[in-house]
Design a binder for this molecule. Structure first.
Ligand SMILES: O=C(O)CCC(=O)C(=O)O
Length: 292
C-alpha cells in the first residue's frame, strides 16, 4: 500500500505542488482518519437504505452520481471539508468553488468500468488549469476493486478527440473514450484507502477497471474550480463558494441542502441538470438522460 505524502500542517509542500503540475495528479493524501471515512460510508449506506424505494422524481443512483451536493447534505459537507480545502488551496489558491460532488460507486463483482477520458471534454469550461478533482476514498480503491488509472503528464495535452460509445457497462454519461491508444504500461494505478484522496487535473487522461472484489468501491468525488472559470457552452452554470471570495460572479449560486431531497432542492436540481445538459450532451449523436 503506498504511504501517504507528508503534508505540512495539512497543506501541500512546494515539492508536492510541483509534482502535481508536472504529473497532472498527486496521491495518496491523507485528509481524515480511516474510521471517519468509514462513518461517512455508513451514512451514505443508511441514506441508500432509506431512500431507495421512496418516490423520488429520478432514480436515487442519478442523484448520487450527479450533483449530489445539491440534494444531499452529506455530499455538500464532504465538499466543504476544511481538510480537503486546505490541500486543494495549494493547487487552486485561496478562492475555491465547489463545481460538483458525485458518488462514484462500483458494486462488488461487477463489469462497470470508466473508459479513458479527460474530464473537461464535455463540461463546456474549456481546457483550463483552474479545475481539480479530489477523489476521496470511502472504501479501498485498489487495482482489484477498480481504482483509477492516470496517464502521467497527459494534462499537458489540449482536449483530445473523444468517441462516444454509450456502452452499457460504462459509468460515464456518454461512455466517452479518448481516441488515443493508451499503452497498459502507461496507466499508473491510483491505489488509495479510506480517508485518503487523490487529486487530478481536468485534462489528465484517466479511467478505471471493474470491481472484482466482494466489497463495494465507493468514492466521493469533488470537482473544485476557481471563480474565474467560465461556462462557454451552456447559458448558465452553477457552483458554490467554499472558501475565499468570488470576485467574478460567473456562476449562479443556490442554497446548500440542509435535509435530504427537499422539494426545493429537487426543483433546483432539475434546473441545474437542464442547464448543464446543454454542455454535457453537446455534439452527442445520441440524446438521452445525463446519467443513470
Ligand atoms: O471513480 C472512477 O472510477 C472514475 C472517476 C472519474 O473518472 C473522475 O473522478 O473523474
Amino acid at each position: 500500500m503506498p504511504s501517504p505524502l507528508p503534508l505540512e500542517n495539512g497543506r501541500l509542500t512546494e515539492t508536492q505542488k510541483a509534482a502535481y503540475w508536472q504529473d497532472g495528479y498527486l496521491f495518496p493524501i491523507e485528509v481524515m482518519p480511516a474510521a471517519e471515512a468509514r462513518r461517512m460510508r455508513a451514512e451514505l449506506e443508511a441514506l441508500e437504505a432509506e431512500w431507495l424505494d421512496r418516490d423520488l422524481p429520478l432514480p436515487l443512483s442519478t442523484y448520487k452520481r450527479v450533483n449530489a451536493h445539491c440534494v444531499m447534505p452529506l455530499a455538500h459537507r464532504i465538499g466543504s471539508d476544511p481538510r480537503i480545502l486546505d490541500v486543494v488551496e495549494g493547487i487552486l489558491g485561496p478562492d475555491i468553488m465547489i463545481y460538483a460532488v458525485e458518488f462514484f460507486i462500483k458494486e462488488p463483482n461487477t463489469r462497470h468500468k470508466v473508459s479513458m477520458h479527460q474530464d473537461l471534454t464535455y463540461w463546456g469550461l474549456g481546457a483550463i488549469d483552474g479545475l481539480v478533482t479530489a477523489w476521496l476514498s470511502l472504501s479501498p480503491a485498489t487495482p482489484a476493486s477498480g481504482c483509477m488509472d492516470f496517464v502521467r503528464g497527459s494534462h499537458k495535452n489540449a482536449i483530445l478527440p473523444h468517441e462516444d460509445t454509450f456502452a452499457e457497462d460504462n459509468l460515464l454519461s456518454r461512455g466517452q473514450e479518448v481516441k488515443v491508444e493508451v499503452d497498459a504500461a502507461d496507466k499508473i494505478p491510483i491505489e488509495i484507502h479510506p480517508g485518503q484522496i487523490s487529486l487530478h487535473h481536468g485534462l489528465t487522461i484517466h479511467g478505471s477497471g471493474p470491481n472484482t472484489t466482494d466489497d463495494r468501491r465507493i468514492a466521493a468525488v469533488i470537482r473544485y474550480c476557481t471563480p474565474d472559470v467560465t461556462q462557454q457552452v451552456a447559458d448558465v452554470d452553477f457552483a458554490l463558494l467554499a472558501r475565499g471570495q468570488d470576485r467574478f460572479g460567473h456562476f449562479s449560486s443556490f442554497p446548500a441542502p440542509t435535509r435530504n431531497f427537499t422539494s426545493e432542492a429537487l426543483a433546483q436540481y432539475d434546473e441545474i441538470r437542464a442547464a448543464q445538459a446543454k454542455a454535457m450532451m453537446s455534439g452527442a449523436q445520441k440524446q438521452g438522460s445525463l446519467y443513470n
